[in-house]
Design a protein around this ligand. Structure first.
Ligand code: AMP
Length: 287
């Protein structure tokens, strides 16, 4: 496994791999590091589908708000490299902020409409930062396929829209959410939770499970507001949970659903704060 920190070295390594095998499919997994089984599942999907697997680890300052956790975002390079090697990664790209942004960027990629709700509404500027850095990384790596987790379903919708609108020659591959045994979606930010918060955080997946069961019982005789209330009521059973949003939207447009009879895929998306830790989770349901 090669570990590279400059764009020119990375481009040279990918060129060399393609010289060796001109038909090589390059698979790319962009992350912010502090890797867990969720990231490993993306690397494994890339390994199964591609000849060369490239992982990037970069905590992108552009996608953090002024009062968010950029400075204290968890980092553990040594552990990340061990997990990456075990998952079959060929090349790790680990740039410093100065390598990615040698000067303040004057070009921002801004995806409209799919960013107007959910985390787009509660984290202003976040998806401009995400779309801009993913666009840069896709230009640098030039992968055939890029793998993203449905844990960040809005991010998948944003990147798919960007790739479509800007004719980027890459296939976006969404991968399922990996969870802890009790249902909590794996996240680098779970380490921030106190034992009490960790115990209560299970309400997110439990609330989404309630929504799933409600749809299974018959989508025709329920409404988006009834499902929203069901999910909010379950989350409120956790005394430490502070709801940021609970929304039921069409997926992947992420626009409101008036009646379930008119849509075939919806997302139930939640963001909940426990102390300073903000957790997100979702269920995408085919009707
Ligand atoms: P992050 O390092 O949080 O930016 O995440 C990098 C990639 O890993 C994104 O595509 C995430 O959606 C994905 N990811 C994070 N957590 C999970 C999870 N629990 N299951 C599946 N994918 C995940």
């Amino acid at each position: 496994m090669q570990v590279l920190s400059s764009i020119s070295e990375l481009r040279a390594a990918i060129r060399a791999a393609k010289r060796e095998n001109p038909d090589a499919q390059v698979g790319f997994v962009p992350t912010m590091g502090f890797l867990h089984e969720g990231h490993a599942s993306l690397l494994e999907a890339a390994r199964a589908a591609c000849d060369v697997v490239v992982l990037s680890i970069f905590v992108n300052p552009l996608q953090f708000g002024p009062n968010e956790d950029f400075e204290r975002y968890p980092r553990d390079e040594e552990r990340d490299l061990a997990l990456a090697a075990k998952a079959g990664t060929d090349i790790v790209f680990l740039p410093q902020v100065e390598e990615m942004y040698p000067a303040p960027t004057r070009t921002i990629v801004s995806v409209k409409e799919v960013t107007s709700r959910l985390c787009g509404a509660s984290r202003p500027g976040h998806f401009d930062g995400v779309a801009t850095v993913v666009s840069k990384l896709l230009h640098i790596v030039q992968p055939d396929q890029a793998f993203f987790g449905m844990k960040d379903a809005q991010q998948v919708a944003v990147i798919e829209q960007m790739v479509l609108d800007l004719n980027m020659p890459v296939r976006i591959v969404p991968c399922p959410i990996v969870r802890e045994p009790d249902g909590l979606a794996k996240s680098s930010r779970n380490v921030y939770l106190s034992p009490e918060e960790r115990a209560q955080s299970v309400v997110l997946s439990q609330a989404l499970q309630k929504a799933r069961l409600r749809f299974e019982a018959g989508a025709d005789d329920t409404t988006p507001s009834e499902v929203t209330l069901l999910v909010e009521t379950k989350i409120r059973q956790a005394p430490l949970a502070v709801i940021d949003y609970v929304e039921v939207l069409e997926f992947p447009s992420l626009q409101p659903v008036s009646s379930f009879a008119d849509s075939n895929r919806v997302i139930v998306a939640v963001a909940v704060k426990f102390g300073n830790t903000r957790l997100i989770d979702n269920a995408v349901i085919s009707i």
